[in-house]
Design a protein around this ligand. Sequence first.
Ligand code: HEM
Length: 192
Amino acid sequence: MKTSGTMIKVGWPVHFKYERPHSGGVTDIVLAALVFAHVLAAMGWLGGALLTTLAVGPNLRKLTQAASLEFNARVLPSMVNFTQVAAALTILFGLALLGYVYSQDSTYFSSIAGMDASIGIVLALITAAVAFSLTIPSFKKISKLAAKAIEGGQQAPPQEMMALAKRARTGSMIALILLFATLAAMVAAGVS
Ligand code: HEM
């Protein structure tokens, strides 16, 4: 444990660094629960984005066109929903965590941790804007087109789907890079 100014630092299980005059060093359960929920959701978001962008996407072309249509119609919606829910929960628990941290330490935003977290939050909000306005809608349209093509007895993906796939790929790559930057800023906040 080390002290810096009025902040108290304990390494594990949470960075317990916000002043709580009456806590006497007891683990802050609310803080621990919020960090746990926030980081778990963030793992889901980043995990979903990594898997979709780097593992599944580039390997789809190994499937036959019919199998690729089936995948896009029947599996892709669950992957997109999972990542979407994880992203929403990351933001929700992140805001709850921010509110709690601020309620414990109203000077948070003028601390190094608060400044790092602020950079992370701006990056996270830009990431969410890209994900919810470009990437997720493109993936959803791809799934709908694939389902329609299967219903219509088509074997090959329609031309429109190729253009959407390009948009979705670009969007998910941008979101992934922004997510890494967000993670770096959040971890910097956690360790400062
Ligand atoms: C609007 C969205 C978000 C808000 C409001 C938010 C807020 C916060 C806050 C206040 C902290 C505590 C920082 C500290 O210890 O001083 C934190 C920690 C953390 N955040 Fe976020 N966050 C958001 C998005 C994200 C995203 C997108 C990721 C992942 C890519 C992420 C990953 C983390 C991690 C891993 C920690 C723990 C850092 C550590 O203790 O080492 N957050 N977040």
